[in-house]
Ligand binder design. Structure first.
Ligand code: ADP
Ligand code: MG
Length: 346
């Protein structure tokens, strides 16, 4: 009998892997935004055409990329951020696997323009399927990096067909940028649709958290916030900060909480459920709170490498941590409640 198990072609492997990390335009955007933040940028400007399928461009004023590093930039598992597996425990950057740009370059056309402080000019080069196309050309440019992604999924027809309308993809992008803008301090963000004069979102680097929330979620939310401060608890290795809606805030919209753990945008269903329960005893039925929470959990207690898109985070002492956050919220809302009833009765 002939053998039927054969090794996959490398290009097939790369395309499959890319599809797991880059599920839609928003995943590519998130990876690029995180790279800009990792590069120390204080402004991140995003341009989107056709929901990110035609054009997705991220411009930052970060460190830039050394010209010598450009040849391997889009190769798989090339990174400037991690060398030993043990370093994962204390990793401070978003990136560590060197997979994002490689993945994107397998399913889109990528052009990078970058300039470090030491260079007299910027360098521009394109990539296809992980490899540089030609050699970098000198060009005018400011310190920092522009990554232009065009024709995302041009070679993955099934994925193109399964995506929603460009408006819906744009809405996801805008939501993601907004969440990052709220959590970041000292970083400005802008997001614009190609061909439109107005920004869909613009946050200054100097904006406070409250101002960021106002820009992203509107006045009513921003005027009805209570601050949460979770003092460091060394026993379970957690501390945190947050802004949550007070009891005057009335909204039927149920957006998911803006939750960051160690500056990573994550979802955590058990935590969300418990926080909603706490609100449940105060809010009229059907009313939804706004929750922004940024937790720091000791890096060695968190496993960030659970999921290809890094969206899911596991951590030790989860029940204690969730309990602690719920208590803080309970206290904050209860004191709101007493001061409120005090005001109305006196
Ligand atoms: P990772 O972030 O896991 O290292 P990426 O594929 O996202 O992998 O990026 C590969 C490398 O390219 C990074 O380690 C970094 O050195 C460089 N890089 C990517 N984007 C930028 C950027 N905007 N500014 C500076 N360097 C960048
Ligand atoms: Mg990265």
């Amino acid at each position: 009998m002939p053998s039927i198990i054969k090794a996959l072609d490398e290009t097939v492997v790369n395309k499959i892997a890319a599809g797991e990390i880059i599920v839609g335009p928003v995943n590519a955007l998130k990876e690029m935004m995180e790279n800009s933040i990792d590069a120390g940028a204080s402004t991140v400007d995003i341009l989107v055409r056709d929901g990110g399928l035609k054009v997705l461009q991220v411009t930052d004023n970060g460190s830039g990329i050394n010209k010598n590093d450009l040849p391997v930039l889009c190769e798989r598992f090339t990174t400037s951020k991690l060398t030993a597996f043990e370093d994962l425990r204390s990793i401070q950057t978003y990136g560590f696997r060197g997979e994002a740009l490689a993945s994107i370059s397998h399913i889109a056309r990528v052009t990078v323009t970058t300039k470090t402080q030491d260079e007299a000019c910027a360098w521009k080069v394109s990539y296809a399927a992980g490899k540089m196309v030609g050699s970098p050309k000198p060009t005018a440019g400011r310190d920092g990096t522009v990554i232009l992604v065009e024709d995302l999924f041009y070679n993955v027809h099934s994925r193109l067909r399964s995506l929603r309308s460009s408006n819906e993809e744009f809405a996801k992008i805008l939501d993601c940028v907004g969440r990052y803008a709220i959590n970041a301090s000292h970083i400005g963000f802008s997001c614009k649709k190609f061909g439109e004069a107005q920004f869909a979102l613009a946050v200054k680097a100097t904006s406070t958290t409250r101002e960021r929330i106002r820009t992203v979620f509107g006045r009513t939310v921003a005027e009805n916030l209570v601050e949460l401060n979770i003092a460091e608890n060394s026993e379970i290795g957690v501390s945190g900060r947050g802004q949550v809606s007070n009891l005057n805030f009335v909204s039927k919209k149920s957006g998911s909480p803006v939750l960051f753990i160690n500056n990573r945008l994550v979802t955590c269903d058990p935590l969300r459920r418990v926080l909603y329960q706490v609100y449940g005893s105060y809010l009229a039925k059907g009313n939804k709170p706004f929750i922004f929470l940024s937790l720091s959990i000791r890096p060695d207690l968190v496993d960030v490498n659970v999921h290809p898109t890094k969206q899911e985070v596991r951590f030790l002492h989860d029940e204690e941590i969730i309990g602690l956050v719920a208590n803080q919220l309970e206290d904050a809302l209860a004191s709101e409640d007493t001061s409120r009833s005090f005001k109305t009765t006196s």
